[in-house]
Write a protein that binds this ligand. Structure first.
Ligand SMILES: C[S@@+](CC[C@H](N)C(=O)[O-])C[C@H]1O[C@@H](n2cnc3c(N)ncnc32)[C@H](O)[C@@H]1O
Length: 212
């Protein structure tokens, strides 16, 4: 992704781990929410990026953690974070979550985590991702989507308005998605969504199959 983001200049440590400040900041609060969900089994992380979240969360959650990303240049950092954590993190796999059909290819997961991607992709791509998500989630599982959202079509802080505008200036097709729009797509796919307010005005959406 060639977008200019607040963390674009993240430091790489000598062992290959990319130290992304925002991921280090939000890992604790995200883990806290995930720990409250009673997750077990196998977790697919979409858009793992540096791999810092995997290293921070896989151990405490006691899950088999499958990192993935569309960009293979992230894999050395993901592998380095996994080695550093020394827990059950599988080697990263290539996944473009905006391409129809990935759920059938990767099978079903007990949990899925996606942090900070929806605002960086175009609406049709987000639609495809949100349509694949329920297919990749096993009955009884939880899909956890974290990031910034518009509410009733509006950014709800000056910082969000500025970040959203900076994204749209780089690519008019991308930018924050509306909470209602995302919720409707998941509900339309038969999912029930619980929303948790997170630090820095972000949200965590936890979606489960309505009849599981
Ligand atoms: C802002 S980073 C977030 C990384 C990590 N989830 C975090 O919160 O620190 C966005 C990540 O999404 C990945 N990405 C972009 N488009 C994607 C796609 N279509 N499918 C899967 N991953 C994608 C990028 O390569 C990048 O690693």
């Amino acid at each position: 992704m060639s977008l200019k983001l607040p963390d674009s200049g993240a430091e790489t440590l000598p062992d290959g781990r990319r130290m992304v400040a925002s991921a280090a900041r939000n890992a604790g609060p995200i883990l806290e929410v995930l720990q409250g969900l009673g997750l077990r089994g196998r977790l697919l992380e979409i858009a793992s990026g540096s791999g810092l979240h995997a290293a921070h969360m896989a151990g405490p959650l006691g899950l088999i953690w499958q990192p993935s990303d569309v960009d293979e240049t992230n894999f050395p950092s993901i592998r380095a974070w996994a080695a550093h954590a020394g827990v059950g993190i599988l080697p990263p796999v290539l996944l473009d979550a905006t391409q129809a059909g990935w759920a059938a290819r990767l099978g079903q997961w007990d949990a899925i985590v996606l942090t900070n991607l929806l605002h960086l992709i175009a609406e049709p791509a987000a639609k495809t991702l949100l349509a694949e998500l329920p297919k990749a989630l096993a009955p009884g599982g939880a899909a956890c989507l974290y990031g910034p959202f518009l509410r009733d079509g509006r950014a709800t802080s000056a910082g969000d308005a500025a970040f959203d505008a900076s994204l749209r200036a780089q690519d008019p097709a991308i930018g924050y998605k509306d909470l209602g729009w995302v919720g409707n797509r998941l509900a339309g796919a038969g999912m029930t969504v619980a929303i948790t307010a997170m630090p820095a005005n972000n949200l965590m959406l936890v979606a489960r199959h309505s009849h599981s």
